[in-house]
Ligand binder design. Structure first.
Ligand code: MN3
Length: 238
């Protein structure tokens, strides 16, 4: 808790970074070679998730919030020991030390949002299929129970953060949440670490224009926009 309080007190803008191979990114080659990160394309229009997520929220979220994290990540890396590493490596390497705070906030912000855009689709699927569905049923007893637990975790998270479905160190699916722009790759920072395959942004900026204080309603609706095919691809590579 001391660390989280410190992050808040410093007032450093939170953002995230990620260079997952599967994340679509117009400058992926450049990022891999130079460590300079850029804002990925969404893969769909800002209005494509209407009416569940409104176009203005999507546009501000992408062009202001996410873009800010990318800009501040690149700035934070200028004279940092992790410069030149890819986004996943940066997330895995950051600690709670003062030197890393900007990378936690902005590296996390870039990673988290890149994943978020990727696992949403206008053609949301009701539920996963195949091995991912089997794994969810084995771990949570049913897809419905998983959805209930995942949604409740997001709805009850205090303040700003993310709810995740991860493959943990034992290779088991697990639901977890993180504060601010932290994520489960940050094993030196979070209590529960692993590889995220699904992440949901529950910061107010993700829903407040349309839903105001009704976070649970936002979660219920956005869970109908999940690209389970993409989540299953991520699960298959863990
Ligand atoms: Mn956000």
């Amino acid at each position: 808790m001391k660390r989280r309080h410190f992050l808040i007190k410093t007032g450093i803008a939170c953002a995230g970074i990620t260079i997952l191979p599967s994340i679509s990114c117009s400058n992926k080659k450049e990022e891999t070679e130079t460590g300079i990160f850029s804002l990925p394309n969404l893969g769909y229009d800002y209005a494509a998730l209407e009416p569940k997520v409104d176009a203005l929220t999507m546009k501000i979220h992408h062009t202001k919030h996410h873009a800010g994290y990318v800009k501040n990540l690149n700035k934070a890396l200028e004279n940092h020991r992790l410069k030149g590493q890819n986004l996943e490596s940066i997330c895995k390497s950051v600690s709670s030390k003062t030197d890393d705070i900007a990378l936690v906030n902005n590296g996390g912000g870039h990673y988290n949002h890149s994943l978020f855009w990727e696992i949403l689709t206008p053609n949301g699927e009701n539920q996963p299929k195949g091995k991912l569905l089997e794994a969810i049923q084995n771990t949570f007893s049913s897809f419905e129970t998983f959805t209930e637990l995942f949604s409740k975790t997001g709805a009850t998270l205090f303040g700003s953060g993310w709810v995740w479905l991860i493959v943990n160190k034992s290779g088991i699916l697990e639901i977890t949440s993180t504060q601010n722009q932290e994520n489960p790759l940050m094993e030196q920072i979070v209590d529960v670490s692993g590889t995220p395959i699904l992440g949901l942004d529950v910061w107010e900026h993700a829903y407040y224009l349309k839903y105001q204080n009704r976070r649970a309603e936002y979660i219920k609706n956005i869970m109908e926009l999940i690209n389970w095919t993409k989540v299953a691809e991520k699960f298959a590579t863990t």
